[in-house]
Every structure is written in structure tokens, then in C-alpha cells.
Design a protein around this ligand. Structure first.
Ligand code: 13P
Length: 341
């Protein structure tokens, strides 16, 4: 492990106004996204869609890294340049989702464990050869009215995240550690804060136990937010304060960056929350984004799978990147929505 290289890759991804585009939807997930715009999901339609995102001009100041899916890392632009090479040439660091998805955890009805550790060392070596310099593994933690999440499910997911992160660092790949507390459900923001606190405490203990260098990783957490079905939704300021309070308590200052997932929030909410967190003042780490849906949902709506809409789709993508880049500095204002750049 070359810790200096890991540190410099992690810091470059979140430098200045930069964050991450999560474009690593698995086959079934991208099909769901294409179904919503009535587009057939084929290898070529997936390639074309990713090409539209990755060739959008002018996003370099706002996008430090892109998380790709296995298939996409092996695909190329129509003119032949592999996507990883295109990104690297643009100064954007290619990353790769390496987990095998969340499956039911045995003897834990309603809870999940992320699979994919077997053979991971070899896969990571291949991904590095293909140009990936960072990786992602997502653990999923559900919340219900009573006994979920169990401590044992949190521990199992934290252990898997730590084993994955150690393997990444061994081969010189920066691990993004993503313990996602889901925002489905009717729990209030206080319960989300309590569960997120417990999850982060256990995740960092496991990372430490597996000898993961905090300086050579990125954390991708959920924001502390009320469940989608909760009658009492917290406002932007409450989300920002609760999230930063929780992270300040449980995330070591040595971590080079926080890159939030959007988790089903609207594009505008995800940007407003990030902005409010950065307006709270200096934090121990850069506070940035690694959004999937919050960057892509408006792009898919603009594109609809039609070539004549590509320019509009790219304009939409550029604008969301730019607004999140402003939120990264605490300089976004919701009045900017809809206005031209
Ligand atoms: P969302 O921003 O859509 O939650 O996706 C981010 C991600 O990569 C989830 O693993």
C-alpha cells in the first residue's frame, strides 16, 4: 500500500468544487431508470446514455471522479476511446462499483448483507489495470418501527465494508466506504440520527480493526433526514445541523472527504442540503457529493432516449454539476434553479 498515492487520489476527487458522479447502476437498476422514460435497456442504450454523461463539456471543475459499473468500465465512446481513458484525459478519476449487491441476511428477516468479498482481490487488480483508481461498496441499513436495524446486521455490514476497504488499499485503490441508512419508512429525524451514529461508530471501529488507513479512503454516508413517510419532515437547516453534528462525533478528522449519497431526495433538496452543510462553517473534512439520482434524474427526463434531446440532456447535466459545485462552497441559492448559468 502506498499511502501517499491513496491520499492524493482521495483528496483530488474532492478538491475545491469537486464531487462525484455515481453512474454505477447495476443492470437491474439502470433498467428501472430506463423503464421510467420508456427506453429499452440494451447494452448499446446503456453505453449511449453513459457516453452522453461522460462527454458533457465543462464539468471538470465540478466532477472529480465518476463511479462506473463493470460493464461501463469496459465500454468506449462511439469513436473508440475507452470511457476510463476519456475520463483520465479530462482529469476526472475513474472509479468502479465492486460490491455484489445487498442480499437477505440469514436469520435477520427484513435486513440485508452486501455480498462480493470472494475473489475481490483479483477483481480489484483487474480494475486497476483497466484504469480505476477508486472503488465503491454499499452496505444497506434499514430502519423500521421496532427492532430493525439489529446490532448484528450493522456489525456484519461494517465488517464486510472493512474487509473490502482493506483489500482496496492493498492494491492501491481508494475505497469509498458507503454505509447507507435508508430514508424509506416513517421514522423521524431523531431516529435517523441515532441509527446513523451507531452505524458510523461501528463502521470506523471495524475499519480500524482491519488496519484500514483513514487517510486513504472516502466516506459516503446518508444525510440525517426524516423517513420519506414521516409526517414531520425536517427543514433544510435541521438536516444540515443534525448531519454535521452526527458526523463530527463519529468520523475521524483524518478522513480526506465526505461524499454524500442522495438516497432518493429530489435533485434540488440534495443540492440545498449540501449547501446548508457547507454554510455551517469549517468542518474537519471537505463536505461534498457522490450523487446518482440527484445528478441523473433530471438528465434522463430531458433525454428520454432520443438523439434530438442530447444537447438539452447535457445542458441539464452540466447545470446540476455546476449547482452542486456551488453548494460545495455554500454559494448555492434555490433562486438559481431554472435560471440560465
Ligand atoms: P443515489 O445518490 O441515487 O442515492 O446513488 C448514490 C449511490 O451511489 C448509491 O450507492
Amino acid at each position: 500500500m502506498n499511502i501517499d498515492e491513496l491520499k492524493s487520489v482521495a483528496s483530488a476527487i474532492v478538491a475545491q468544487q469537486k464531487g462525484i458522479l455515481a453512474a454505477d447502476e447495476s443492470g437491474p437498476t439502470i433498467k428501472k431508470r430506463f423503464d421510467a422514460i420508456k427506453l429499452e435497456c440494451t447494452e448499446e442504450s446503456r453505453r449511449r446514455y453513459r457516453e452522453i454523461l461522460l462527454t458533457t463539456e465543462g464539468v471538470e471543475p465540478y466532477i472529480g471522479g465518476v463511479i462506473l459499473y463493470d460493464e461501463t468500465l469496459r465500454q468506449s465512446c462511439a469513436e473508440g476511446t475507452p470511457f476510463a481513458e476519456l475520463l483520465t484525459r479530462r482529469g476526472i478519476i475513474p472509479g468502479i462499483k465492486v460490491d455484489g449487491g445487498a442480499k437477505p441476511l440469514a436469520l435477520h428477516a427484513g435486513e440485508k448483507i452486501t455480498e462480493g468479498l470472494d475473489g475481490l482481490r483479483d477483481r480489484l487488480q483487474e480494475y486497476r489495470q483497466l484504469g480505476a483508481r477508486f472503488a465503491k461498496w454499499r452496505g444497506v441499513i434499514e430502519i423500521n418501527e421496532s427492532d430493525i436495524p439489529s446490532t448484528s446486521a450493522i456489525q456484519a455490514n461494517a465488517h464486510a465494508l472493512a474487509r473490502y476497504a482493506a483489500l482496496c488499499q492493498e492494491v492501491g485503490i481508494v475505497p469509498i466506504v458507503e454505509p447507507e441508512v435508508l430514508m424509506d419508512g416513517s421514522h423521524n429525524i431523531e431516529r435517523c440520527e441515532a441509527v446513523t451514529s451507531q452505524v458510523l461508530e461501528i463502521v470506523f471501529a471495524e475499519l480500524d480493526a482491519q488496519r484500514v488507513a483513514f487517510e486513504g479512503m472516502l466516506l459516503k454516508p446518508n444525510m440525517v433526514i426524516a423517513g420519506m413517510k414521516c409526517a414531520q419532515q425536517a427543514d433544510v437547516q435541521q438536516v444540515a445541523e443534525a448531519t454535521m453534528r452526527c458526523l463530527a462525533r463519529y468520523v475521524p478528522a483524518a478522513v480526506p472527504g465526505i461524499v454524500f449519497l442522495s438516497g432518493g431526495q429530489s435533485a434540488q433538496d440534495a443540492t440545498a442540503h449540501l449547501n446548508a452543510m457547507n454554510q455551517l462553517g469549517a468542518h474537519p473534512w471537505p463536505v461534498s457529493f457522490s450523487y446518482g439520482r440527484a445528478l441523473q434524474a433530471p438528465v434522463l427526463m430531458a433525454w428520454k432516449g432520443l438523439e434530438q434531446n442530447v444537447a438539452e440532456a447535457q445542458k441539464t447535466f452540466f447545470r446540476r454539476c455546476q449547482l452542486n459545485g456551488l453548494a460545495r462552497l455554500g454559494k448555492y441559492d434555490s433562486a438559481m434553479e431554472g435560471a440560465s448559468p
